[in-house]
Design a protein around this ligand. Sequence first.
Ligand SMILES: [Zn+2]
Length: 90
Amino acid sequence: MPIPLLTATATGGPLDPAQLAALAVLAFLGWRLLAIWLFPYAPCRHCRGTGKHRAGKYWRPCSRCKGTGRRIRLGRRVWDWTRTTDTTRR
Ligand SMILES: [Zn+2]
């Protein structure tokens, strides 16, 4: 009795486009998760990561990121949010 997966590779035929798309989506999601986990911060959009912005002719600490020049990625915020809601549920 042949195993479907093995026979598919044995024939040497190309992968199904749907399978390829699914693999691509999985790889993309995996990469995004890894990036969120490794680099939770992204440059602040308001000050472009400098931590300050110009108000008239003066430089002021960026109000959006409070002078840190970075912001927490949206994905990381969702990640933290799911984790905190999980702990409060227990
Ligand atoms: Zn900023």
